[in-house]
Design a binder for this molecule. Structure first.
Ligand code: F6R
Length: 608
């Protein structure tokens, strides 16, 4: 996910470009750049790191001009670096582009262009677009762009400048957002409304396949066939602050609602031909797996909870023993890690120092390693032998939500992939899970549709001092994540217990004022779980049960029920965690807390 801006008008383009990028920095922040038509050519300045780095460069090398484009990057192809930052130009910076998305067939096009003598500077998929425009240039900017679009596949927002037409920007999109802000004698292009809202509230929202020719005097939009389209002007009514969050009151809620897309993206990159599971970055064969005695999963916080679920996945499907350890504990206990251990570290940010240190220790002891991370080019991604990326997009709220569900998806697929290679799962089992994963986004949507009911349940929690979360088997791991979410966002004491463990001491704390959240999705321990629920009901505690929508029995034992669509026990955690995220969110909001930045916490913990 990247941020894109463009400007054409009477003012200094770079002023709007930098301001717009700052408002879009939440979309990506590993590098930034702008291109401006200045002194008879398109000039580019770009820099790795936060926007402030680019601003520093512009202090000594300012770009003056009235038309330009800009980009803030969240790397996909090619790590974060000055050279991989956008904008990208062709051999002569005749065509210059910024891009959000992925050009799937870029390798094939790049090969062809290299043979024709084009010289590439970066490792990005985007650069091929600029060179392709140079190759297909017929002197008509719009027609050239149309030819480029006809050649590329994938998802994109693309914005083009042409040195031969220094009064025009052309942009188009497929499966990625793009809006055009309509001003007086000036027009703006952006991936999202916040970039333009302080200049205009009148916008066009571009549809897939449409192309906009943007000049200071006006904007013309064409469909994929090149026919003019008459666009409706949308009047934005949000405040600038609300717009940045896409209309949501908090990033956390926005990110909870982004889960269908994040899960879909993460599933899709691992489905190959014949619906087999693929992990291109691992490059393993059966003997690699046969050489593994055990797997060590290590991580912190929410990522550690994902590891606890992954233990169930890997042991079930790949039949390899898995130990899960908190990263800050692992390296201080003389672990029994060997060269026959596979270390799997999980980290949204890829920068958590405890996780990084545990990874280094496991490698020092001879283990092979995989990082599961959401941050391309992060320290953990660089340290590990192999990397699996979750495609959650930038997560801004401190409380992890979409990163967690995508970690579960990636780890479930990894377990099946290992099982596939080892022969410990049947093709039919793989196909069943793949099918279930493909329909998961719709099921998440269904839960999200019920969010007002969950918001109502949060009223029960706002005044309490303690909440217990219980579950058995995988549901216990999910209960731990539910309890952590409530603690960090609402500041209410919450604890997770394995359902069967309550009676060994904790039941003494269950009183009518202590609500219990009971997760009951695992069929093999269902009857045991119902008994545990009855144990707490007998102490007059209120119980909110989370179970499948066709489970008529659960509602007999609980005071309130949150229903999730029926799926297999392995898929259930990816759904059952969502009502718990919402419950924590609404409880935090109702208690007046700053849910995006809870007290004492930071998004990326780079201290031990
Ligand atoms: C909780 C949360 C933290 C992180 C933990 C690890 O909502 O966000 O518990 O999960 O600090 O962070 P990463 O995954 O970046 O290593």
């Amino acid at each position: 996910m990247c941020g894109i801006v463009g400007y054409v008008g009477e003012k200094e383009a770079s002023d709007f470009l930098i301001e717009g990028l700052r408002r879009l920095e939440y979309r990506g922040y590993d590098s930034a750049g702008i291109a401006v038509y200045d002194q008879g050519k398109i000039q580019i300045e770009k820099k790795m790191g936060r926007l402030a780095n680019l601003e520093k460069v512009l202090e000594t090398h300012p770009l003056h001009g009235k038309i330009g484009i800009g980009h803030t990057r969240w790397a996909t192809h090619g790590g974060p670096s000055d050279v991989n930052a956008h904008p990208h130009g062709d051999c002569h910076n005749h065509f210059v582009v910024v891009h959000n998305g992925i050009i799937e067939n870029y390798m094939e096009i790049k090969k062809e262009l290299l043979e024709k003598g084009h010289i590439f500077k970066s490792e990005t998929d985007t650069e091929v677009v600029a060179h392709l425009a140079e190759e297909l240039d017929d002197g008509d900017f719009l027609s050239t762009v149309r030819k480029v679009i006809a050649r590329i596949t994938g998802s994109y927002t693309l914005v083009f400048m042409d040195a031969a037409q220094p009064d025009t920007i052309i942009c188009t999109k497929k499966d990625n957002p793009l809006i055009i802000g309509l001003g007086q004698g000036e027009n703006f292009i952006a991936s999202d409304i916040p970039a333009v809202i302080s200049h205009t509230r009148r916008i066009y929202i571009l549809n897939d396949g449409e192309m906009a020719v943007v000049r200071k005097t006006g904007v013309s939009v064409y469909d994929g066939e090149g026919l003019p389209v008459s666009k409706k002007i949308h009047e934005v009514t949000w405040s600038a602050e609300a717009a940045e969050k896409g209309g949501y009151p908090h990033f956390m809620l926005k990110e909870i609602y982004e889960q269908p897309k994040a899960v879909r993206d993460t599933v899709n990159i691992h489905i190959g031909q014949d619906s087999q599971i693929v992990f291109d970055t691992l490059n393993w064969n059966k003997s690699d797996l046969m050489g593994m005695d055990n797997i060590l999963i290590t991580a912190c916080g929410t990522a550690y909870h994902a590891g606890l679920v992954a233990k169930h996945y890997i042991e079930q499907f790949a039949r390899i023993p898995v130990e899960v350890d908190i990263a800050s504990e692992y390296r201080y206990r003389r672990p029994l890690t060997t060269e026959r251990t596979l270390a799997v570290v999980i980290s949204q940010s890829g920068e958590t120092i405890d996780t990084l240190a545990a990874l280094k220790e496991a490698r020092r002891l001879g283990a092979r390693s995989i990082a599961v991370t959401n941050s391309i080019g992060s320290s953990i991604a660089r340290e590990a032998d192999r990397v699996i990326y979750t495609l959650a997009g930038p997560e801004i709220a401190v409380a992890s939500t979409k990163a967690y569900t995508t970690q579960l998806v990636a780890l479930l697929m990894l377990a099946l992939y290992m099982g596939q290679l080892k022969g410990t799962v049947t093709n039919e089992q793989v196909q069943d899970v793949v099918k279930a994963l493909q329909t998961l986004p719709e099921k998440i949507e269904k839960i999200l549709e019920n969010s007002q009911y969950i918001a109502g349940l949060a009223d029960h929690l706002t005044k309490v001092k303690d909440v217990f979360y219980i579950g058995r088997s995988i549901d216990y791991a999910i209960a731990m994540e539910g309890a952590l979410k409530l603690k960090e966002i609402s500041y209410i004491h919450a604890e997770a217990y394995a359902g069967g463990e309550l009676k060994h001491g904790t039941l003494a704390l269950i009183v009518p004022e202590t609500p219990v959240i009971a997760v009951a999705t695992q069929d093999d321990v269902k009857s045991k779980m119902y008994s545990n629920i009855q144990e707490v009901r007998a102490r007059n505690a209120e119980v909110i049960g989370i179970g499948f929508d066709d489970d008529r029995e659960l509602e007999k034992y609980v005071t309130e029920t949150i229903r999730i669509p029926r799926v297999s026990g392995f898929i259930a955690p990816i759904l059952s965690v969502i009502p718990m995220q919402l419950l924590a969110y609404y409880t935090g909001v109702k208690r007046g807390n700053d849910v995006d930045k809870p007290r004492n916490l930071a998004k990326s913990v780079t201290v031990e």
